[in-house]
Design a protein around this ligand. Structure first.
Ligand SMILES: Cc1cc2nc3c(=O)[nH]c(=O)nc-3n(C[C@H](O)[C@H](O)[C@H](O)COP(=O)(O)OP(=O)(O)OC[C@H]3O[C@@H](n4cnc5c(N)ncnc54)[C@H](O)[C@@H]3O)c2cc1C
Length: 459
C-alpha cells in the first residue's frame, strides 16, 4: 500500500468516480441507477465541476438550433434532458424553445448559442446535491485523488487526501472524470497534452458573473449595428490604445435572472491546467484582467454602464489539458465525415470551437469572427467506446473532456451535453463490468450503445 500507515480508512465500493463535472455526475448517477454502490470524489466544495465551481452554468450541446426548420432540436437526451428539464420546470433555467433567437437571445447574437441552457448556478448545485442524496452514491467533497496502486494492469486502490489525512478506496471499476485525465495519469497511462508539436493548449478563462446589466440595450445595439461580440467597438478601442488584451471578442451570456450575465471573455494564453504554478498565476491574472475589463465595459459597452461584478469562479476554466491515449481514437476527418461505429457511446452536433493557443480570437477551424457562417460544419460526431478506455489499465473508464480524440474534436465533445452522455456510457460500462465480473476494457461497447438508447440518450 503506497501511503501505508498514513491511510486512516479503507473504503470499498463497486465503482469509484473521481471528478463530479457533467461527466462524473452522469457516470455516478447512471452506475447507481444500475444498482452499484458508488463513491463520488470531488476536490471542490460543490458537485458539477465546470458547470458550478467553474461558473459555466450555460449548458451547451444538448440542443441545437436547426436553421432549416427554425426550431430547437434535442440532441443528447438522457440525464442532460432530465436535469435541464427539471430546472426549467422550476423556472431555474431558460427553456430554449421560448427564446426569440433573432431578437432577444441570452447571447445577444448568434441564434445557435440560444440552444445553450442558461441556468441558476445555486439551483443547479442544490439540484445535484438532491439527486445524489436520493441515490446510492456516497459523496466525498473536499477530497482530492493523490495516487493509485496498480497491479497487473489494474487499479487496486485510489488514495484521496482530505482534512482527516488520506483515505484509500478499493473498487471493481474506476471512472476518470477529472477533466485532466488525472486518475489515468497517476495510474501511469500515457496521455496527450495540447498540440502534437509544441504541446500548447487552447487559452483558459476565469469566468465571472456580473449583474445590473441593461441586457435590452446590449441586444438592441448588437442588432442595430450588426456587431456580434462588439467587435467594432473593440477594434476602435484597440486603435486608441485602450483595449490591450490579446483578443478581439466580448462574450456575455444572460443567465436565468434578467440582467445577470456570465462573462466568458477573458482569454488567458499559456496556461497549463496540470501545472499548479500555472493555474495559481492564472487565477490571480484572471481576477485582475476581469477588473480591468469591467472598467472598460462600464465606460464603452452599451448596456454595461452600471454592471457590477458579483463573483469570479472558484477555479480557472480549462478548456483543454490531458487526453488519454485510448484503445480507440477519433481523427478530425472521421469526425467531420460523421463516421459511424457499432459501439458509438457519445454523439455531438456542437461545432468546432477551440481557439488557437497563441491567438485567442482566432479559431483554426473557422473563417473569422466577422464571418461565423463559414464555421466548419459537420453532420454529427460519433465516438466509439474504445475512446473512453485508456491503454494499459483495464479497470479505468474515462469520460468528459479527457477522452481519446484528436484535439480539434475536443471542441464539439467537451461541452456539457456530450460530456454527460460520455458519463452515462462510463456508468453503464461499470455496471456491465460488475455484472459480468470482467473489467471495463472487456465490456462490449455495442451493449452500452443499446442500453444508452434505453435510458433515453439520442444516438
Ligand atoms: C471557460 C470555459 C467556458 C466554457 N463554456 C461552455 C459553455 O458555455 N457551455 C458548455 O456546455 N460548455 C462550456 N465549456 C466546456 C465545459 O464546461 C467543460 O468542458 C465540461 O465541464 C467538461 O466536463 P468534465 O466532466 O470533463 O470536467 P469538469 O467539468 O472540469 O469536471 C472535472 C471535475 O473533476 C474534479 N477533479 C479534478 N481532479 C481531481 C482530483 N485529483 N481529485 C478529485 N477531484 C478532481 C474537478 O474539481 C472537477 O469538479 C466551457 C469550458 C471552459 C473552460
Amino acid at each position: 500500500m503506497r501511503f501505508g500507515s498514513d491511510v486512516y480508512s479503507l473504503e470499498t465500493y463497486d465503482v469509484v468516480v473521481v471528478g463530479s463535472g457533467p461527466s462524473g455526475i452522469a457516470a455516478a448517477i447512471q452506475a447507481s441507477r444500475k444498482g452499484l454502490s458508488v463513491a463520488l470524489i470531488e476536490r471542490g466544495g460543490a458537485f458539477g465541476g465546470n458547470m458550478t465551481s467553474g461558473g459555466v452554468c450555460h449548458l451547451l450541446g444538448g440542443r441545437r438550433w436547426d436553421v432549416s426548420s427554425q426550431q430547437m432540436v434535442r440532441e443528447v437526451g438522457g440525464l442532460f434532458d432530465e436535469i435541464t428539464d427539471s430546472l426549467i420546470s422550476m423556472k431555474k433555467a431558460i427553456d430554449p424553445d421560448t427564446i426569440d433567437v433573432y431578437n432577444n437571445n441570452p447571447f445577444g447574437w448568434y441564434p445557435r448559442m440560444a440552444a445553450g441552457i442558461a441556468c441558476d448556478i445555486e439551483a443547479l448545485k442544490l439540484y445535484l446535491d438532491e439527486m445524489i442524496q436520493a441515490s446510492s452514491i456516497k459523496p466525498y467533497l473536499f477530497s482530492t485523488l493523490i495516487g493509485v496502486d496498480v497491479e497487473d494492469g489494474r487499479v487496486m486502490r485510489a488514495y484521496v487526501s482530505d482534512q482527516g489525512g488520506i483515505r484509500a478506496f478499493e473498487a471493481h471499476s474506476f471512472v476518470d472524470a477529472t477533466g485532466d485525465a488525472q486518475l489515468s495519469f497517476l495510474a501511469g497511462c500515457p496521455c496527450h497534452k495540447g498540440r502534437d508539436d509544441d504541446h500548447l493548449m487552447t487559452p483558459a478563462t476565469l469566468i465571472a458573473h456580473i449583474d445590473n446589466v441593461d441586457m435590452d440595450e446590449y441586444v438592441r445595439y448588437q442588432n442595430a449595428h450588426k456587431s456580434p461580440k462588439l467587435i467594432e467597438i473593440i477594434k476602435d478601442l484597440r486603435e486608441k490604445g485602450i483595449w490591450t488584451f490579446p483578443y478581439e471578442i466580448f462574450i456575455s451570456i444572460e443567465l436565468n435572472d434578467k440582467d445577470v450575465c456570465m462573462l466568458n471573455t477573458v482569454r488567458q494564453v499559456g496556461v497549463d491546467g496540470t501545472d499548479a504554478d500555472s493555474i495559481t498565476a492564472a487565477m490571480m491574472d484572471g481576477r485582475k484582467e476581469t477588473s480591468d475589463l469591467l472598467a472598460i465595459m462600464k465606460e464603452y459597452f452599451p448596456g454595461f454602464q452600471n454592471a457590477r461584478l458579483r463573483w469570479t469562479a472558484d477555479r480557472i476554466g480549462i478548456r483543454e489539458s490531458r487526453r488519454i491515449d485510448g484503445r480507440a481514437y477519433v481523427t478530425l476527418s472521421e469526425a467531420e465525415n460523421g463516421t459511424t461505429y457499432e459501439d458509438t457511446v457519445v454523439r455531438s452536433t456542437y461545432n468546432f470551437d477551440l481557439p488557437d493557443p497563441l491567438r485567442p480570437s482566432f479559431d483554426p477551424m473557422l473563417g473569422s469572427v466577422e464571418n461565423p457562417d463559414v464555421k466548419r460544419k459537420h453532420i454529427g460526431i460519433n465516438i466509439p467506446y474504445g475512446c473512453l478506455l485508456p491503454k494499459e489499465i483495464s479497470n479505468i473508464v474515462a469520460c468528459g473532456r479527457c477522452i481519446s480524440v484528436s484535439r480539434e474534436v475536443l471542441g464539439p465533445i467537451r461541452v456539457t451535453g456530450p460530456a454527460m452522455m460520455s458519463g452515462q456510457a462510463a456508468g453503464l460500462a461499470c455496471a456491465f463490468a460488475f455484472d459480468g465480473n470482467i473489467d471495463v476494457a472487456e465490456v462490449d461497447g455495442k451493449k452500452i450503445n443499446s442500453e444508452l438508447r434505453q435510458v433515453g440518450c439520442i444516438l
